[in-house]
Design a protein around this ligand. Structure first.
Ligand code: WTA
Length: 650
């Protein structure tokens, strides 16, 4: 993501060694606040990660204890084998005696409507739905279900009901197109789709049922769509069941079964370096151990906290740090369905004051847009309930970090810049807010029990401040278990570049103090507003259009979104017939239709040919330079067509 100016300022920050110690008031109340003690614990965890994780797993409720902490059949990992638990019991039932009346969620709609769910209410609703799924649809452990819903309590109830009966859920972000949804339902062989008729955002009602209906038509495994009708006018079509009628009369008592620690909890599709998204498979016991521990330590969770993570449940951040990690800690969370700057640019700050949010976890892209909209908006609000801030999804540039720290956190809230991935399940690199000295732009140090390094092409550790590849050297409990139906791709993607270590796909360097500075992706994945997209996926969408001969997609630095999408397209139309403005519009709409609005190219550049090496590979480096408006750098002598890229101008 780093543009020249950004990386320039990172260097300035390093030179100035600008750093921030936790304030004495924060330290006084933090769970972990003794640096010497923490350092000893951290060192021990580096020497024996399994021991550290075993201690953490003890905090969950298991109906049967594990026989072995870890089984490693490289690169396949199993954690807490022989152990049995139920994830929904860990998130709900075990809290009822002490926290039954505590709020689990405070939901706010864009129109300002607020509903709350206590742990007891949430538990009852989850039990009702679980009963109905078992009795009426015969769902059982090992089945799969898809969820295509906006951020509303029912979506979370669906997740937990699936978890309760051992059904793996596959949530598809409700901004993906019907084709994307169809492909994911087919790959996961889902029997049921949980859906809502509409979502509300930026004052609009988004027609989600249309997308679901189109997708489901082509999915023979789907027995039923459970449709939550928010709009009274919505009529049901075949295969659809009304959500409320479905659960009506169901008992709110459900006797849970326990499942093996390795029972898949969910699949989550994410972009990789090929045209096809991959179904990341997460487990139950190991995953829950990872997210529960990291949520508690990194967010310093207290009983009195009101926590707000702005991510949607369609992404891993929503799974781990809206739902599982937070509920397992009996926390209270705010969830908000709308856009953070609607109907006015200060909406996010208004919500913080209204619900007295103490912990805010959001993305650098959002922070940069708040910054751009003007300081007067946050200044209109008190924001004095906040005690801790978090950042996730992309590198945070020091300017945005400082703005967040000074204007939002009023210099008293530590910022936890958390590095992790869909694949890692839980946060792997992050400050511990009561002990870590922060450096703006660095995710600081690995979490206990995680061994991280930066290596060069040969796999040797880089020297301090030398750039290289970010790798994880030990297996950890919440790591992905495999790619659904594609173990070969799992091996190849993550475990083949360097022997025996996990390759993250990110570039980074480590400074003299062991702090990690993440630069962003080094593969053909781009990160647009914190959302991962494979350039190949967008290319496949473009070439599926009849007027496209060839396409290559690259990222370019974007001040607001981190990266923007630029497509180089060789059209089939003859030069005379070509209207590049209308074709550009048509192709952008085509990508939206094929993948979803998040993949819409920012710019399409039409070219007579694409630059290729003699072996036929597209020279992406050269296109990246061109897209960024830079001089084409490096060696172009291997180009098959050294006449460079001839753009077709309007
Ligand atoms: C990037 C999101 C720098 C990184 C949780 C990673 C970050 C990708 C950070 C995973 C961070 C995430 N600093 N970069 N704090 N957090 N990334 O799977 O490139 O959607 O590989 O998971 O986001 O994206 P994903």
């Amino acid at each position: 993501m780093e543009s020249k100016t950004n990386s320039g300022s990172i260097e300035t920050v390093i030179k100035e060694s600008r750093s921030f110690k936790p304030s004495t008031t924060f330290i006084a109340q933090a769970h972990i606040n003794d640096p010497a003690h923490y350092e000893r614990l951290w060192q021990a965890s580096q020497e024996n990660p399994e021991n550290f994780w075993e201690q953490q797993a003890l905090s969950l409720d298991w109906t049967e204890k594990w026989k072995r902490v870890h089984e490693w059949n490289e690169p396949f990992s199993k954690w807490f084998t022989g152990g049995k638990l139920n994830v929904s019991v860990n998130c709900l039932d075990r809290h009822l005696s002490r926290h039954g009346n505590k709020k689990a969620f405070i939901w706010e709609g864009e129109d300002g409507t607020v509903t709350t769910l206590t742990y007891r209410e949430l538990h009852q609703k989850v039990c009702q739905l679980a009963n109905a799924l078992e009795k009426k649809l015969g769902l059982k452990a090992g089945d799969t279900a898809s969820i295509y819903m906006p951020l509303i309590p029912e979506a979370i109830i669906a997740m937990l009901a699936c978890a309760r009966i051992g059904v793996a859920h596959s949530i598809v972000f409700a901004g993906f197109s019907s084709n994307s949804l169809r492909d994911r339902i087919l790959d996961a062989e889902c029997k049921v789709v949980f859906a809502a008729d509409v979502g509300y955002r930026r004052g609009q009602a988004l027609d989600l049922k249309k997308t679901v209906r189109e997708a489901v038509q082509e999915c023979p495994t789907v027995k039923a769509t459970l449709l939550l009708r928010r709009d009274k006018q919505t009529a049901l079509v075949s295969q659809e069941l009304d959500w409320n009628a479905f659960i009506e009369g169901q008992s709110s008592i459900h006797v849970p079964q326990s499942f093996d620690s390795e029972q898949p909890l969910f699949f989550l599709y994410t972009s990789g370096t090929t045209g096809k998204p991959k179904g990341i498979v997460h487990s139950s016991g190991g995953y829950l151990t990872g997210v529960t521990t990291t949520a508690k330590w990194i967010f310093d969770l207290k009983d009195s906290d009101i926590y707000w993570c702005t991510a949607d449940i369609g992404w891993i951040t929503g799974h781990s740090y809206v739902v599982y990690g937070l509920l397992a800690n009996a926390a209270t969370s705010v969830i908000y369905e709308g856009a953070p700057m609607h109907p006015h640019p200060g909406r996010i700050w208004e919500i913080i004051d209204k619900h007295k949010v103490t912990i805010l976890y959001t993305a650098p892209t959002a922070i940069r847009s708040f910054m751009r909209s003007g300081d007067e908006h946050p200044k209109r609000f008190q924001l004095d309930s906040l005690r801790l801030l978090g950042s996730v999804g992309e590198p945070i540039n020091p300017e945005a970090w400082m703005w967040y720290f000074e204007l939002i956190g009023k210099k008293k809230c530590p910022i936890v810049d958390t590095w992790w991935q869909t694949e890692t399940g839980s946060i792997l690199i992050s400050p511990i807010p009561g002990v870590t000295t922060l450096k703006p732009g660095s995710a600081t140090r690995p979490f206990p029990g995680i061994i991280v390094d930066v290596v060069n092409d040969e796999g040797h550790s880089c020297k301090p401040n030398e750039g290289g590849y970010l790798v994880i050297k030990n297996p950890w409990p919440s790591m992905l278990r495999t790619i659904h139906k594609d173990p070969e791709r799992f091996k190849e993607q993550y475990w083949s570049k360097f022997k025996g270590v996990y390759f993250t796909g990110d570039g980074a360097h480590k400074d003299e103090q062991g702090y990690f500075w993440i630069k962003g992706r080094v593969d053909d994945v781009i990160n647009v507003s914190g959302h991962r997209l494979g350039t190949m996926e967008i290319e496949s969408a473009l070439v599926s259009h009849p007027r496209v001969a060839e396409a290559a997609v690259v990222g370019r630095p974007d001040e607001l979104k981190g990266q923007g999408i630029v497509a180089f397209v060789t059209p089939r139309d003859s030069r005379e017939k070509l209207d590049i403005h209308s074709l550009s519009r048509e192709l952008k709409a085509h990508v939206v239709n094929e993948i979803g609005a998040l993949a819409r190219p920012d710019e399409i550049k039409f070219t007579k040919t694409l630059p290729k090496t003699r072996s036929g590979k597209i020279m992406r480096r050269l296109l990246k330079d061109l897209a960024a408006g830079k001089q084409v750098s490096g060696d172009t002598t291997t180009l098959e067509n050294p006449g460079l890229v001839e753009l077709i101008e309007s």
